[in-house]
Structure formats: C-alpha cells, structure tokens
Design a protein around this ligand. Structure first.
Ligand code: BTN
Length: 239
C-alpha cells in the first residue's frame, strides 16, 4: 500500500499548483498537500473553488505506471474511495451517488468535487495530481456538508485520513484486478444512469440517455436515433 506523506499548510494559492510543482521536482508518489485555505482554488471547466472555513482542500500526487489513455480511470477510483468513505460515516437513510465524471453527491446535492491533472511524458503518465475539495463543515447554497449528517463532526484532517485509507485499498484493488470490477462499483452508485441528460461539448450540446461507461470511463450516450456517442469530457446536465 502507498505510504502517504501529508504536508499541511495554513494557506496556499492552490494545492494543485503546489503538488504539480513537487511532481516536476521528482517528488515520490504519496505526497498529499493539505491547506486550510486556498487563495486561488481551481475547479473544473475553468471555474474557481471557494475556501469555506473548515472544508477539505487537498491534492494527492500519484505516479502510476499507466498510459495517458488510462488516466481518466483514476477519477473513478478517486470517486469510489470518496463514496466508500462517506458511506461509512453517514447512516444509510442518506444516498451517496457518483455523478459522472467525478463529483460525489449526498441526497442529490454535491458534497465533493475532484479535479484530475496529469503530467505526461509522451504517451505515458509521469504523475497524476488528484485535487479534491470536500464540504466538511460548510456548504455553498444548494450543496451539502458532511458534518450536517455525521453523528460526530469530522475535521478536514480526520476526513482526509479516513479517505486515504480507502484510496490505498482502491488503488491496490485496481493494481490486482484492473478496472472492470471497480467500474461496476461506480455504476452501482451512479447518479442519473438510464436517464435523459444533456452533455455540453465545446462545439455542440447533445441529448440522450446515459447508458453506462466505456472501459476507459468515457460516458456512453444513446441518442434519439439509437446511435451511441462516446463522451470523454463534457459538462453534463441531468434532467
Ligand atoms: C470541481 O469543479 O468540482 C472540482 C473542484 C476541485 C477543488 C479542489 S480543492 C483542492 C484542489 N486544489 C484546487 O485548486 N482545486 C482542487
């Protein structure tokens, strides 16, 4: 199992930038940058990520021996570990679901977002940076926080430790058995599977039914004419 090395900062611009710089400095995998606050937190699609007090902001450095085409699978591994962590902390009257590609929802409200960035060496992955923001103590409007649902309040650090234990197990499973069982686990807790969605791509918006995942984690969308469109990256809206 990977040995984690958590480095805790009061304030950084973005834990992603910090971890990326360390990746370029040849730091070994297992480094975790944790910050109490970020002044320039980054979300997906060029969005920002606000630092609400008491929430978790971290970036995890991995160096898997994979090709660039497999990198996307890691956002599913990350979400599975997050789903397992949350499901152990809160009682089963609440539903923890994975939203493609890598959000986690509780009772259909976002509790965490993941930003995966890769450093590539031609066709191979040199490093992966898994950025994760989890609403622990506070949530923006219409989102949800962990501590609103847990019997005992978590801190960012206690949550991170529980999460890293789960992530270590998921990564070991992936190394031993590959992606297909984990992909099934992700689908068992998928938000909006078999429902109509809209996928906004750079030059078009497609409508169809979310049918499942390809082996690399891409979304299978069944269009009205019956064709299957494979979507690797898009902003997705569930109806
Ligand atoms: C999303 O858009 O849902 C992804 C949000 C990812 C935010 C986290 S917070 C820690 C890490 N550092 C960043 O600047 N972003 C990620």
């Amino acid at each position: 199992m990977i040995k984690w090395d958590i480095q805790h900062f009061a304030e950084v611009t973005s834990t992603q930038d910090h971890a990326l710089a360390e990746a370029h400095n040849n730091v070994a995998q297992g480094l975790v940058i944790l910050a109490d606050t970020q002044t320039k937190g980054r979300g997906r699609s060029g969005n920002g990520w606000t630092s609400f007090d008491g929430n978790l902001f971290c970036s995890i450095l991995l160096r898997p021996r994979i090709e660039a085409t497999q990198a996307g699978q890691y956002s599913f591994l990350t979400a599975i570990a997050l789903n397992r962590t949350l499901s152990e902390m809160i009682d089963d009257s609440h539903t923890v679901l994975n939203k493609w590609p890598n959000d986690v929802l509780i009772d259909n409200r976002k509790v965490a977002g993941i930003l995966l960035e890769a450093v590539l060496d031609s066709r191979d992955v040199e490093a992966l940076i898994i950025g994760m923001g989890v609403n622990i103590a506070n949530a923006p409007e219409d989102k949800i926080s962990v501590n609103a649902l847990t019997p005992r309040p978590e801190t960012a650090l206690s949550f991170l430790n529980a999460y890293l234990a789960q992530l270590g197990e998921v990564l070991d499973e992936y190394d031993r058995e590959g992606f297909s069982g984990l992909r099934e686990e992700w689908l068992d807790h998928a938000f909006g599977l078999s429902h109509s969605i809209k996928a906004r791509l750079p030059h078009e918006t497609l409508e169809g039914v979310f049918e499942g995942l390809e082996t690399d984690g891409a979304m299978r969308l069944r269009l009205a004419n019956g064709d299957i469109k494979v979507i690797h990256s898009a902003e997705v809206f569930f109806e």
